[in-house]
Design a protein around this ligand. Structure first.
Ligand SMILES: NC(=O)c1ccc[n+]([C@@H]2O[C@H](COP(=O)([O-])OP(=O)(O)OC[C@H]3O[C@@H](n4cnc5c(N)ncnc54)[C@H](OP(=O)(O)O)[C@@H]3O)[C@@H](O)[C@H]2O)c1
Length: 330
């Protein structure tokens, strides 16, 4: 397993990180014995970063991860998140502190390595959608600083989802140590210049801007929530419906779009779309860790094997650029 710097934190994270959310679902809906086995195997294969959030399974993911890591006596890095409710936006500092206290209990930890603000970010807050404004991010970070002084968190990060202009402001402010960026073959605009007429949200190379600010970058939606498996079928542990992020309007549309990328499988550059998707993201040096949502042991083994194959060859990347340029016919 390759390890990369998590920006200016000084932490070294595995190039592949373990997503504990509901989309992969193992840590939310899985059987306890399976969770222990898969997490133990991930650690054995070198995975050292586990990403959860208070809302994943309404606390279940954090509680299960806490139990599993305790059972394994594992020494790994854990990141979790706070999502503010509309009614909490008038007293952000206290709401953040209360949420983190709950996360510490569920995770059975004295200290969280990385606490992240989960809310999407807009120029002006939109409480009805639970989107925070740029100045609300600053309030949340003041709470993270208090928690750091109390020894309850080590570093903090923000979500790279929301309005592009707002996200760039937050990144440029230098206030956060890390950012989670949506980056995949369907929408690569957080790490690749979007061609003219690009039909989805253009993140304006947010990953590159974050890396310039010495922020750690976590790539999310690497498999477009599973659409880049090329199949509409969902594993029983996984969320049965997936809302696309910055791609098509439905999961089925994303699965259909994923089919275009089969070209690089047919031309022999990779064995599968999943391999292409993981190696595409791993190939971006500014990404510190590539998070993949895991449903079972087989998906973990495959993700690690693909990550270990490293970046895609240049010829395959050229093919991807051609596909993005032809998105105008979507
Ligand atoms: N900051 C945020 O707001 C945010 C948002 C999204 C995600 N995240 C983070 O990113 C993590 C990953 O979630 P994601 O939504 O981005 O999902 P993702 O990694 O893009 O997709 C995960 C899905 O891909 C499929 N998959 C995984 N390995 C596979 C394999 N080897 N073969 C075929 N299919 C495979 C699985 O579908 P099946 O289960 O149906 O097989 C799985 O549910 C989350 O756990 C979380 O930590 C953060």
């Amino acid at each position: 397993m390759e390890y990369r710097q998590l920006g200016r934190t000084g932490l070294e994270v595995s190039a592949l990180g373990f997503g504990c959310g509901a989309v992969g679902g193992l840590l939310v809906k899985g059987d306890h014995k399976d969770m222990v086995q898969v997490v133990a195997r991930a650690i054995e294969l070198g995975v050292n970063y586990f990403d959860t959030a208070r809302i994943y399974g309404d606390g279940k993911s954090e509680a299960n991860l806490g139990l599993v890591l305790e059972a394994l006596k594992a020494d790994v890095l854990v990141g979790t998140k706070v999502r503010l409710l509309a009614e909490e936006m008038d007293d952000i500092e206290n709401a953040v502190i209360a949420s983190v206290e709950g996360s510490l209990k569920r995770l059975r930890l004295d200290r969280i390595d990385l606490i992240q603000l989960h809310n999407l970010v807009a120029l002006e807050r939109q409480p009805e959608r639970r989107w925070v404004g740029v100045d609300n991010v600053q309030a949340a970070i003041r709470a993270f600083q208090t928690l750091q002084q109390q020894g309850k968190v080590r570093y903090w990060g923000v979500n790279g989802l929301g309005e592009t202009a707002a996200l760039h402001q937050v990144v440029a402010s230098g206030l956060a140590d890390t950012v989670q960026c949506c980056f995949n073959m369907l929408n690569p605009s957080a790490g690749v210049r979007a061609p003219e007429g690009f039909p989805f949200q253009d993140y304006g190379q947010l990953i590159d801007r974050a890396a310039e600010m010495q922020m750690g970058v976590m790539a999310i939606r690497v498999l477009a929530g599973g659409a880049l498996s090329g199949s509409i079928a969902r594993h029983p542990n996984a969320a049965q419906t997936v809302e696309p992020i910055a791609t098509g309007s439905t999961f089925a549309e994303d699965v259909a779009l994923a089919g275009r990328f089969n070209l690089i499988v047919q031309e022999g550059y990779v064995s599968s779309l999943v391999e292409a998707a993981i190696r595409f993201v791993i190939g971006k040096a500014e990404v510190s860790t590539t998070l993949v949502g895991i449903s079972n042991m087989e998906q973990l083994e495959q993700a690690v094997a693909f990550a270990n194959r490293g970046p895609l060859p240049t010829e395959a990347l050229d093919r991807l650029s051609e596909i993005w340029t032809n998105y105008y016919d979507l």
